[in-house]
Design a protein around this ligand. Sequence first.
Ligand code: ADE
Length: 224
Amino acid sequence: MRIDILTVVPELLQSPLNESILKRAQQKGLVEIHIHNIRDYTFDKHRQVDDYPFGGEAGMVMKPEPIFRCVEALQAERSYDEIIYTSPDGVRYDQHEANRLSTLENIVILCGHYKGIDYRVREHLITREISIGDYVLTGGELAAAIIADSVIRIIPGAIGDEASALTDSFQDNLLAPPVYTRPAEFRGWRVPDVLLSGNFAEIDKWQEQQALERTERLRPDLLK
Ligand code: ADE
């Protein structure tokens, strides 16, 4: 898989995408991540990526030309399955969408910024608008990092233990059950006996019950 990320603040993306599991996934050749500075696709001397909005509201709007130029340069090399725009007024992101994106070959993620982006980009270039939640970030970079992270970790081979990506919270619309490690007793709090029993049928049953109980209590909307 190849992920191209377009941003005006590339520094924000460098370290989150180049550590730990994501770094290893790239070293193993499972994913290529390319970060592009939109400013490199401007032609004017001030390398201007934004401008005042028509209609006179406050705030700046990202200009269409450098964005089109950057995406079209990429499209000249290969075709893209989705051109994603990160924005609080996009479709809410979830595990189903992460699963779907992880099956694609090439995606672009355009990070929103300032007050927004010239609407012609959204109308004529973007194929998917994604919000990571109902709150507003200073820019789309952290949202893009979250999307890339959640997609890459489920590519087969990215996580050492294949099973663990499948038992994530949300993969079956349930929150994950509690997990424990040694010591079996810490400050008088004991790990549930069933987990120490060695009876895997009983352990499975207990984990299912716990997942259901936690989901009913904390995220009843997932069960609807
Ligand atoms: N940019 C600013 N806020 C955002 C959000 N909630 N999701 C995606 N991109 C954003």
